[in-house]
Design a protein. Structure first.
Length: 119
């Protein structure tokens, strides 16, 4: 099973998701995306797993760099490029289980993709 989490150790939601996974004895690779930014291809793949086409849906619009780059009305390509160059813009945590993903905000949203595993 391929489980991974776009993870920021300083994020409370990330820590809560990690706890939820540990309690259920579900292993995951924790991707420290701020240290090693995902590629454009990886972002596109995560968007596919999230079931979204608009990059805005996985961006942190309250980050200062979002405002500095004037991304509110930017096109898709510009938004994806911004996430590769400034990974702080990527919403967190993003939990990937097999071929599905969820932005776990609040952290309990992770249960949406874990429930099928419990059956």
């Amino acid at each position: 099973m391929n489980n991974s989490v776009f993870f920021n150790p300083d994020c409370t939601n990330c820590q809560t998701v990690k706890g939820i996974l540990e309690v259920r004895d579900i292993g995951a690779d924790y991707i420290h995306y701020l240290d090693e930014a995902p590629s454009r291809e990886q972002i596109e793949e995560v968007m596919r797993m999230l079931g979204i086409d608009d990059p805005q849906e996985m961006m942190r619009a309250k980050e200062p760099v979002y405002q500095e780059l004037n991304l509110e009305s930017a096109d898709r390509e510009t938004l994806i490029n911004a996430m590769t160059e400034h990974p702080i813009l990527i919403q967190r945590p993003i939990v990937i289980v097999d071929d599905k993903a969820v932005i776990a905000r609040p952290a309990e949203k992770v249960l949406e993709i874990l429930e099928p595993q419990a059956r």
